[in-house]
Design a protein around this ligand. Structure first.
Ligand code: ATP
Length: 365
């Protein structure tokens, strides 16, 4: 690519509108620059203002209130999403603590707080176009390497180790040797469980989640559950099936497969093959994550539950029972459940039989 900045304006014409609204230095940064240099298409843009991001957001029609709360503003420019933040420095009072944030006087200072060299490149919007790349990010991109900016990076913010797995898996990058050594010493327990979980879930939503989780395990940073890797592989394959993909949240399923905690899935998998009615009763009481894990462990009948059994619906509903004289209350549910079970077992069909079965069960104490 001859001139990345020209390319950026060509692929994101909305930047011209941003440029015209700027009164202070503004830069495209982070993932947008990285993806541009990698030739990967990207929808959203991150901008940094050395000055007042809120004022620029307002000039672009963004809401000031949001900026005041989070220090960054999301605006839509000509239908494109743009995130605008004020340039800042971050100091870590202790390992894993939230950083003390202060405004940065230059874009270089802001780039210096970032996780990897490949994410610490900026392109100025107003000046003569060029790359601002103080940490050699472009060379690392060319060599497919992840490199931290300084030796305390993972100590300051251990979630960067999870980010490393995400980027390494997504781009097929390796770790620069110094970064590799630092990363393996990372103590993920200095950050809160919530922050760890949030970063793991971001990893787990990616297409390459399995590789990312495998990397974290190979670096010794996560404790796998028993047979975690095999289970992760099996669940990842099941999620290629649209029925399962639509039924279970991908990130929760993959994290549970790799890390646990184990639920009732082993028990469910070791069971006999139930009849449709029993199967539905069993499965509907379980979390979908437990079900996909049980399926991965061998409960193949769950495919039938997922695709057919659970979609079996009655032609009648509670109103029909009320119209037939049953009072509001548990009897309605009891009746409908009984009718559904019989329908699942193929013992009844049609409205009339459903109603008769439901009424009989509703009237039984
Ligand atoms: P993606 O393509 O996944 O959206 P991204 O680079 O936009 O990647 P974000 O998590 O949105 O990722 O972060 C935006 C930028 O903020 C990153 O490129 C990086 O420079 C910086 N950043 C985010 N999280 C951290 C962190 N924990 N430590 C240091 N810098 C970070």
């Amino acid at each position: 690519m001859d001139d990345p900045a020209v390319e950026l304006l060509r692929t994101h014409p909305e930047l011209e509108t941003v440029r015209q609204a700027t009164q202070e230095p503004v830069y495209v940064v982070g993932g947008a620059v990285r993806d541009l240099l990698l030739g990967r298409p990207r929808a959203d843009l991150d901008l940094v203002v050395v000055g007042n991001a809120g004022a620029l957001a307002e000039r672009l029609g963004g809401a000031e209130a949001e900026y005041a709360r989070f220090g960054t503003a999301k605006v839509e420019v000509e239908g494109h999403e743009v995130d605008i933040a004020t340039a800042r420095t971050e100091a870590y009072p202790e390992p894993g603590a939230l950083p003390v944030v202060a405004p940065a006087g230059t874009i270089e200072e802001d780039l210096g707080r970032r996780d990897f060299t490949i994410n610490a490149i900026a392109i100025p919007l107003a000046e003569e176009s060029h790359l601002i790349d103080p940490h050699g990010g472009r060379a690392d991109l060319d060599q497919s390497l992840l490199r931290v900016l300084h030796d305390r990076s993972f100590e300051d913010d251990p979630t960067r180790a999870i980010r490393a797995a995400r980027y390494a898996a997504r781009f097929g990058f390796g770790l620069e040797p110094g970064t590799d050594a630092l990363l393996r010493k990372t103590d993920l327990t200095t950050v809160s469980a919530d922050r760890r979980r949030a970063e793991l879930e971001r990893l787990a939503t990616e297409e390459s989640a399995r590789e990312g989780l495998e990397l974290l395990a190979s670096w010794g940073l996560i404790d796998l559950r028993k047979d975690g890797l095999a289970l992760l592989g099996a669940v990842d394959e099941l999620l290629e099936n649209p029925h399962w993909a639509e039924f279970v949240p991908r990130e929760r399923a993959l994290i549970a497969a790799a890390l646990g905690p184990p639920g009732g899935e082993e028990m469910l998998a070791s069971m006999w093959v139930p009849r449709p009615g029993e199967g539905v009763e069993l499965a509907e009481r379980r979390d979908p994550v437990e079900l996909i894990l049980a399926r991965a462990l061998g409960a193949n009948w769950l495919d039938r539950y997922l695709i057919t059994w659970r979609r079996v619906k009655l032609e009648i509903d509670g109103d029909d029972l009320i119209a037939a004289g049953i009072e509001q209350g548990p009897a309605i549910g009891r009746g409908l459940r009984a009718a559904r079970l019989k329908k699942l077992e193929g013992e009844i069909g049609g409205r009339k039989e459903e109603l008769a079965t439901a009424l009989a069960a509703a009237l039984r104490d």
